[in-house]
Ligand binder design. Structure first.
Ligand SMILES: [Zn+2]
Length: 330
């Protein structure tokens, strides 16, 4: 009898007032169980799952954790007909770089292929529209919040690099495009030679998988909150097959800011460019990239651009905008 009373009082308490309290656990990758660190100021390209997100409402209603995505589809607003107010909210972290001065010399031989690429490919840098990536197979394809890969794009040369992973079992996210896979294999060998053990956690992610992740998040937390932590389908660099998230035992095999301060994270920051990679979402670059600092997210861009970007400590967005401006002034 005492137990029945206690349960009744607890239920009454929950239903009459404390239902607004939300308890958050760190986001957890839904396949590997790794923690993915996010904060409220930026968003995170690598936040995949929402299964550890505890909401007191779930106690009162059926939990959404176990409802299949197919049973409860939530369609995000179409990027094709997106209205300006939506864009403003979605991309409010991307600043207008067009009037900023930057010392980019397009006669640098490392930029010659990029100059060619940008003469035939147009990228969008304004908040008014979404650009479509016209040459998604190109090594220099720019994928970000303002430029979207086609829904149908699947890289044709995906393969699993022969490196250490933080999880076992088959998964599409083991894959990278061939050139990126080769670069990462060489980088891991060099890290091993320096007695540092890196672990790969998440590479290629299909459009459909990103869509499911995004929709799942929308169904549990709404569009606005989802856009702060999860890339929209077509906007994740992981779909390009050129991005890999890496971690270390010292970072608890998680995707956390602390990785950047571990021996492994420092080595990666200082050496990744030698293997064609950049740390894509740098510290203090959130207003430009729209993404939070991600010391674990590497983008393969080839030796030339990786070297140039490392030397100048700039983002891909800054480089592209200023090379485009320089081309127009020619
Ligand atoms: Zn990533």
């Amino acid at each position: 009898m005492y137990k029945i009373w206690l349960i009744s009082i607890i239920l009454l308490f929950i239903m009459t007032g404390c239902g607004t309290k939300i308890i958050l656990k760190p986001p957890v990758d839904d396949q590997t169980g790794a923690t993915v660190e996010v904060n409220e100021n930026g968003s995170d390209d690598d936040y995949e799952g929402d299964t550890e997100y505890l909401d007191i409402e779930d106690i009162l209603e059926e939990t959404t954790d176990d409802i299949g995505l197919d049973e409860k589809p939530v369609i995000p607003p179409s990027n094709q007909e997106v209205v300006e107010s939506d864009i403003e909210g979605y991309h409010d972290l991307i600043v207008d770089l067009s009037n900023k001065q930057l010392d980019v010399d397009i006669t640098d031989p490392r930029l010659s292929d990029l100059v060619k690429h940008l003469k035939t490919n147009t990228y969008n840098h304004t908040l008014k529209q979404i650009g479509k990536v016209t040459e998604p197979d190109h090594l220099y394809a720019l994928v970000n919040k303002l430029n979207q890969l086609p829904e149908s794009y699947i890289p044709s040369d995906l393969r699993e690099p022969q490196i250490r992973f933080s999880f076992s079992g088959p998964d599409e996210k083991r894959n990278l495009r061939d050139a990126a896979a080769t670069g990462l294999e060489t980088m891991f060998e060099a890290a091993d030679a320096a007695s540092l053990q890196l672990f790969a956690l998440s590479g290629y992610r299909s459009y459909n998988r990103q869509r499911d992740i995004y929709n799942n998040n929308v169904s549990t937390r709404g569009v606005e909150a989802t856009d702060k932590v999860s890339a929209r389908p077509g906007h994740s660099e992981h779909q390009s097959g050129l991005a890999m998230d890496i971690t270390s035992e010292s970072a608890g095999f998680n995707l956390v800011y602390a990785f950047g301060e571990t021996e492994e994270g420092i080595w990666v920051r200082e050496n990744a460019h030698l293997y064609g990679f950049i740390v894509r979402y740098g510290k203090d670059k959130t207003p430009i990239t729209g993404y939070d600092y991600e010391p674990w997210h590497l983008r393969y861009i080839g030796l030339d651009l990786a070297s140039y970007i490392f030397d100048h400590q700039i983002t891909l967005e800054e480089l592209y905008i200023h090379v485009e401006k320089a081309i127009h002034l020619q």
